[in-house]
Design a protein around this ligand. Structure first.
Ligand SMILES: [Zn+2]
Length: 481
């Protein structure tokens, strides 16, 4: 272990106090999506800034403008930018986290009040909204700062901070802030940043720490078919008119096969096959088809090959059909012919796919397939929203440092994962700073981040705090030359 014993001992000795502090943070219901809680998001920003300042971090609260929400104009919560350490001989690491949370109410099915920490000592679980997403990880960094400040230890790296209060509501205002700080170069808060570390995702399972080096992008579409002026009765019109639903289902059936192969021409263009090195990463992952099926709640894996299943989730594009709006969906046996139906589907993207490029291919394909149907119906295909995929180099020193730290703290080699979902700020940092970005999660797959009874295991919080600190020491060590 390259981190000083003093540091890791301090984390252990102060575990109870750290958990109490997490309780303080959980008690501030900083729900960014609820206008009536906006004051609490500001309160949470004050609380967090106070904690950072206590440990010598210089901070600035950056106002991000205004927002329309629930018919009101509200101030957006500020982002907190911070810095500690200016040693040119040390690496500079930028840390990102968010201090806002998802809504929660006891009546949603929580066993305890979501905004009062419930620490169940028997199971070692810390329950509360924000425990794992993302107050636990943010407080992990505070624990590291606390230890160094109290023990009068020098940090092994220079740190920069970017904490926001709108992550759960689309990170409004943050992209512009990151771009403008990056454009200020040496004058900006992100001057000299060598790498970024984001702790805001989860392990792949409940037993193996992980490092995440990729996120898939998304492109979401709505396909409308219409024709009749109103819903029709099949007893009167069935057999004599072209029916929108029949056309829609035919088209949606031409998008993807049962085993997940996307049928849109050109959609796989440029995607590299996994090389031996990458294949080995999937083979080495501590993850079973049982893990997938128990999480999915059904024996439905689309391959018996573990690496095929993992690549399907992490590194290959996918296409999912989500719904049909306007179709009859009630109970019983209504004989309607719906007049206008919207099919919803989306693709998860991987490099080099982009929403722009894929949209062209999707539209061309759907138009040509619709023409082949030779109906007199109307078709409209619309791109609703999307985001680019992201992949980092997992052999970069940033990852190497986190791997060594994981081995030192958890005595386990981490899983290297790419995730199916997206954390858009990752891409914003990648595009604007051009440095390596690593996702270093603290919590487990079963934490229930946006769900009821959200929890963080106390062991993940305490070992996770050691992991974050040890990672900084490994960065200091690896990059010494
Ligand atoms: Zn989060």
């Amino acid at each position: 272990m390259v981190a000083p014993q003093q540091f890791t001992d301090f984390i252990d000795q102060n575990a109870d106090r750290f958990i109490q502090r997490l309780g303080e943070a959980i008690a501030i219901p900083s729900i960014s999506g609820d206008a009536s809680r906006r004051g609490d998001v500001f309160k949470m920003a004050d609380w967090l800034e106070g904690q950072l300042n206590k440990y010598g971090v210089k901070t600035e609260k950056i106002p991000l403008g205004k927002q329309q929400i629930e018919g009101q104009t509200l101030d957006l919560p500020p982002a907190i930018l911070g810095r500690i350490g200016d040693d040119p001989k040390k690496k500079t690491i930028l840390l990102y986290g968010h201090f806002d949370v998802q809504p929660a109410d006891k009546s949603d099915g929580w066993d305890h009040e979501p905004f009062q920490m419930h620490y169940d000592k028997a199971s070692g679980k810390i329950f509360g909204r924000g425990s794992t997403d993302d107050k636990g990880p943010i407080l992990g960094w505070l624990n590291v700062l606390d230890a160094h400040h109290t023990l009068k230890l020098d940090l092994p790296v220079n740190l920069r901070f970017c904490f926001e209060g709108m992550e759960e509501s689309g990170s409004e205002g943050l992209d512009e802030l990151i771009a403008s700080e990056a454009a200020k170069k040496e004058q900006g808060w992100f001057a000299g940043v060598d790498a970024v570390c984001i702790s805001d995702n989860y392990w792949l399972n409940t037993r193996t720490p992980c490092l995440t080096y990729g996120l898939r992008g998304i492109a979401y579409y709505q396909l409308n078919i219409s024709g009749p002026g109103a819903d029709l009765h099949s007893g009167i019109y069935g057999g004599s008119v072209f029916e929108p639903m029949t056309a829609l289902i035919t088209l949606m059936g031409k998008l993807v096969t049962q085993d997940g192969r996307i049928l849109i021409p050109g959609v796989y263009d440029g995607i590299q096959a996994a090389d031996a090195n990458e294949l080995k990463k999937y083979e080495d992952l501590d993850y079973s088809i049982d893990d997938l099926e128990s999480a999915a709640g059904g024996k439905i894996a689309n391959s018996a090959e573990r690496s095929t299943v993992l690549m399907g989730r992490m590194r290959n594009p996918s296409l999912s059909l989500h719904g049909i709006e306007g179709a009859y969906s009630g109970a019983g046996a209504k004989t309607v012919i719906p007049a206008s139906v919207n099919g919803k589907f989306s693709l998860r993207l991987v490099p080099p796919q982009t929403p722009e490029d894929i949209t062209k291919k999707v539209i061309a394909y759907v138009e040509s397939e619709f023409a082949k149907l030779n109906t007199r119906l109307n078709m409209k295909i619309e791109y609703l929203h999307g985001g680019k995929p992201w992949v980092a180099d997992p052999s970069h020193w940033n990852f190497e440092a986190a791997k060594k730290a994981t081995e030192a703290v958890y005595l386990q080699t981490p899983n290297y994962t790419r995730e199916g979902g997206s954390i858009p700020v990752t891409l914003t940092f990648a595009d604007n700073l051009g440095v390596n970005i690593m996702l270093l999660p603290m919590g487990r797959a079963d934490d229930g981040a946006h769900s009821t009874n959200e929890k963080l295991d106390a062991s993940n919080f305490i070992k996770g705090s050691k992991l974050l600190g040890t990672y900084l020491y490994e960065v200091g060590e690896i990059t010494k030359s």
